[in-house]
Ligand binder design. Structure first.
Ligand SMILES: Nc1nc2c(ncn2[C@@H]2O[C@H](COP(=O)(O)OP(=O)(O)OP(=O)(O)O)[C@@H](O)[C@H]2O)c(=O)[nH]1
Length: 348
């Protein structure tokens, strides 16, 4: 007999039946987590920080966790790796994913940055869209709003850099973002997508103004849940990655446009040498002219970079650091997928 004629066995999966999952009920979750009645449950979860380059994502992360976990720079596209910063309050634990600014990719590294940012949106409990609130809403903001329109997680919008704006102008700027979310205000196409009611939060990542209200709103949007990391953790980033980022930050702040986008740092060795940590690292550039700039006259530039990075490392790792820096020319490293993967710039 043809096996396909046989009746299905009792244990065979019944594909057509499907499974009905219960809709999450916060009160029920709180009860299961052992929360007494009337007490707000502890909440925890993942928050993706999304925004155009240079809107202040790294500055906000550092401000929220109260210490340096991400590098910042006035040059766009500083953030390359997805970083988890952890913020624990008495009410909640927020695990924040820093994502590279969303922009149009120009080369392989650019494509990976965008892919990492898009990937983060699908995996989180809340999305925080950060915009430069010192400027009216523009087309770039519209692009990201459309990207986020169908995301499953609730979206909150932080209007950053409010310290740069006079109180009168703030209303005007906030209105431009409200209009963007509403679908273009009076000119809106009646058949267009429905308006979005994402909450707006004015903040200054630089001064910290408005950030505690923002944390409260984000915490309330998380599901009830336990601590995901120890309460005193601020980052799950491997130490060596942070060391490399601190060196890259110094390169970005001491050199001009000729160098920044073509620089990567690899940490070659870390040795615990008594009370101090010895770090050997290589700065990779694409052209020998860039190597010349980085080393500087009589090695002066490299010394300045090394000194700055060492001081930052000593702050972050709370102890003396000995840092030795090398510079190496690797032509076209930005375009080489294998080299990117080796340096930890993952596309997945
Ligand atoms: N005045 C002011 N400047 C800010 C604020 N937040 C960030 N900045 C500045 O804006 C610049 C960019 O900040 P970053 O935090 O590096 O921006 P980012 O969004 O992480 O940038 P990418 O890594 O390119 O995606 C830096 O010069 C910051 O000092 C703010 O609230 N007020």
């Amino acid at each position: 007999m043809d096996p396909s004629d046989q009746p299905p066995s009792a244990t065979a999966p019944q594909a057509e039946e499907g499974v009905l999952l219960p809709i999450p009920d916060p009160a029920e979750s709180a009860r299961l987590l052992g929360q007494p009645d009337g007490v707000e449950p502890f909440r925890s979860g993942f928050v993706a920080l999304i925004g155009r380059p240079n809107v202040g994502k790294s500055t906000l992360l550092n401000q929220l966790v109260g210490q340096k976990v991400a590098i910042t720079s006035p040059i766009a596209q500083t953030t390359r790796n997805r970083l988890r910063a952890i913020l624990t309050t008495p009410q909640a634990q927020l695990v924040l994913l820093d994502t590279p600014g969303i922009h149009k990719p120009h080369h392989l590294l650019g494509e990976r940055l965008v892919k990492t940012a898009r990937g983060a949106i699908g995996e989180v409990d809340v999305v925080l869209l950060l915009v430069d609130g010192s400027q009216p809403a523009g087309r770039g903001d519209g692009f990201i709003v459309e990207l986020l329109r169908h995301c499953r997680a609730p979206v909150h919008v932080a209007l950053n850099k409010h310290d740069l704006v006079s109180p009168e102008r703030r209303q005007e700027l906030a209105a431009s973002y409200r209009e963007l979310l509403a679908g273009g205000g009076q000119d809106a196409d009646p058949g267009g997508p429905p308006p979005l009611d994402w909450p707006l939060h004015p903040v200054s990542a630089l001064t910290g103004a408005g950030t505690s209200e923002l944390v409260q709103a984000l915490s309330a949007a998380l599901p009830p849940g336990p601590h995901l990391y120890p309460a005193d953790a601020v980052s799950d980033q491997p130490e060596q990655l942070l060391m490399a980022e601190l060196i890259r930050e110094q390169v970005l702040s001491h050199t001009r446009e000729e160098v920044p986008h073509s620089v990567a740092v690899s940490i070659d060795r870390v040795v615990e040498d008594g009370p101090r940590t010895a770090v050997l690292a290589t700065v990779l550039v694409e052209r020998s002219s860039q190597k010349g700039i980085l080393i500087g006259k009589g090695g002066r530039m490299l010394r300045t970079i090394g000194q700055g990075a060492r001081l930052q490392m000593e702050k972050v790792f709370a102890g003396p650091v000995y840092l030795e820096l090398f510079v190496k020319v690797v032509p076209g490293w930005r375009r080489s997928a294998a080299r990117l993967a080796e340096l930890g710039y993952r596309g997945d």
